[in-house]
Design a protein around this ligand. Sequence first.
Ligand code: PLP
Length: 439
Amino acid sequence: MTSRTIQGLSERGTALAISGGIRDRFGSVLGDPFHAESNPKGFVNIGTSESYTMLPEVTKFANERVRFEERDFSYGDGPWGSERLRCAMAKHMNKHFQPVQPVDPSDILFSNGVTSLCEQLGFSIAEAGDGIMFTRPIYQAFRSDFGTRAKITPVWVSFRGDDQFTTSSIKHWEAAYDQASKDGITIRAVMLCNPHNPLGRCYPKSLIIALMEFCQKRKLHLLSDEIYASSVYDVPSSDVPAVPFISVLSFDTTPYIDTQYLHVLYGMSKDFASGGLRLGCIYTRNEHLFRAMGAMSQFHWLCNPAEKLAAVMLESEEWMEHFQALSRKRLAERNSLTRRLLDDLSIGYSAKSNAGFFIWADLRRYLPSIARDGRKICGWEAEEELMEMLRENGVFMTPGNHLSADEPGFFRIIFSQEESVLKEGMRRVGETIARIEKE
Ligand SMILES: Cc1ncc(COP(=O)(O)O)c(C=O)c1O
């Protein structure tokens, strides 16, 4: 035992114990949820990205349409996804992603969530300490998904005020790559989060191609996380035409990137309002990567009844059409409502979002300059303080720092909620910032 370890733990165990984990961060946020009638004093969580508005439809479907058999409680076909589930997912993707080449079920590997797939990818394409490139801001868990055990170094791409959804943003990717290389980091991949979490926007085809060429030139993998592919909605009030979602599977990419370096991540958590099923998949035509990731499948074994449920859902095509159309309609409604609530509070936001469950809100002018303990604060400390003040007032939204934002003061609001939750959440936000303004 070295002096750096906690008694009884290894060095790596000690590092994990000290860093804490998801339980420390989310224990208080997920417990005691607000409900307008049954728990009006409960906690309003508008920070966790889930399709809350569609949970009743999935629940009804599961209770009415799924029957379990003895086989569903066995180990099933194996840990990587049953034949039935992979066929159902391939069929769904062939219908909704418009692939130029049909998705073959044998090129799909399932795991218990995209979260786990990121870790499996990290182990398979990089050595500990190697880098993967991410935009700023970005979905907060990528850092730990790739970092906690696979030990990937995040290489952040800052856009310095430029629009990261235009092809001219490539210069920032190049600058970040060059700087990381100077710092001795070997970069292995680019993460393309499309639609983007937390900015809620889709990448135009021209930029996707530019990123493919960027990767091809440097022999990098392009990991395309398309988990919000079908959660793209119309913003009724917007006069700027939004960029529609296109999958990397939907056009011939062979002139731009080697197929062995292009991989798509998808799953049940967002478009199907089923985060609790813990089902994610990767589509790759890289046989060696498939085998490497599959060699870790036993640690990510799927829950067989969950596989059955997902397969029945995906196979019920008529129900699925209705479900996803309703989901998009509700997303559009709740997005509009949230914009109105933010306007009422004079909180700015990125008006270009048309995908995912989030709005990127600008609370820079409400950052407190004095902490609750009387200290003068600014910058990231002020953002953290605002998050804590909001938490004390019973509402959580994800601060930009957790999402690796460039600048303090932005928060991600999840609007895929019941109206009563959004209204109460924004009421508590309004109360908190009014108190700060009185300072
Ligand atoms: C962009 C993105 N990728 C992956 C995930 C995690 O997916 P899963 O529930 O399949 O682990 C999330 C969840 O918020 C996400 O927003």
